[in-house]
Design a protein around this ligand. Structure first.
Ligand code: NAP
Length: 253
């Protein structure tokens, strides 16, 4: 279903890790509703292809290579945005890594550092750089995970970094009010490259579907619709919140 809303005319949106999956869908949805986009991820080829794809749909976009844990890349991302558009209205911090299936007590220090760096610290550093340029009424969205509520055994430390984003959302909502709202999305299970374990086995897929109340996996569009809501004036009185988008999989009371 195509959207007919145009809630982001004149707005500028940076979405990290936006060349495929959830990030791409969020960027595309914001763009279809009128936002100018700054597409980014680690690989130039992916950036070029994603920019081409959104432009072919009539969306205004630039692309910048940005590995979120690289300080120079983050600086380039903000500088290029300001050079082209002069301000920022929406930042979606979507990049994450999940490099290990080890138990937390067996996870190497270098892996712990990488998880913290990419999944938590990079969001903070990016927002430090973006904050002075965020206009009144701006919106920040952090992408966490349902695993942040109940870290799964095979992705335990990843889950803990996602738990940290719930706290970061609350803390930044206080710091950035009233100019900027800060909210979070906790996706359920969405078959993407990152989460290919979901569809690698039919039995795993079925088990996950059965955990939902809606009997299906999530789609990247499900996530994009909620991100667009949170970024829009429709959510003008919501800040410091996390929306779980998981088809009814239990998360919390
Ligand atoms: P995906 O489809 O595999 O896409 C990952 C994107 O991230 C790609 O565009 C990739 O492009 C980019 N990327 C990877 N590492 C990066 C880095 N260090 N810096 C910048 N860009 C990077 O993944 P996804 O499933 O949409 O995941 C997006 C977010 O949703 C993550 O925060 C994830 O934790 C969260 N999430 C996903 C699920 C799920 O079921 N899929 C569930 C809960 C939460 P390059 O290779 O060019 O860098």
């Amino acid at each position: 279903m195509e959207t007919t809303k145009r809630r982001f005319e004149g707005k500028v949106a940076i979405v990290t890790a936006s060349t495929q999956g959830i990030g791409f869908s969020i960027a595309e949805r914001l763009g279809l509703e009128g936002a100018s986009l700054v597409i980014s991820s680690r690989k130039q080829k992916n950036v070029d292809e994603a920019v081409e794809k959104v432009r072919s749909r009539g969306i205004d976009a630039i692309g910048v290579v940005c590995h979120v844990s690289n300080a120079e890349h983050r600086k380039n991302l903000i500088d290029a945005t300001l050079k082209k558009y002069g301000h920022i209205d929406i930042v979606v911090s979507n990049a994450a890594a999940n490099p290990s299936t080890d138990n937390i007590l067996d996870t190497k220090e270098s892996v712990l550092d990488k998880l913290w760096e990419i999944n938590v610290k990079a969001s903070i550093l990016l927002l430090q750089a973006a904050a002075p340029h965020l206009r009144e009424g701006s919106s920040v969205i952090l992408i966490s995970s349902i695993g942040g509520y109940n870290p799964q055994k095979t992705m335990a430390m990843y889950g803990v970094t996602k738990t940290a984003l719930f706290g970061l959302t609350k803390a930044l909502a206080v710091e950035m009010a009233p100019n900027t709202r800060v909210n979070c999305i906790a996706p359920g299970f969405v078959p993407t490259h990152f989460a290919d374990f979901i569809t690698r086995s039919e039995s795993v897929r079925k088990a996950i579907e059965e955990k939902t109340l809606l009997n299906r996996l999530g789609t990247t569009r499900d996530m994009a619709g909620v991100a667009a809501f949170l970024a829009s004036e429709d959510a003008a009185y919501i800040t410091g919140e996390t929306i779980v988008v998981a088809g009814g999989i239990p998360s919390r009371l």
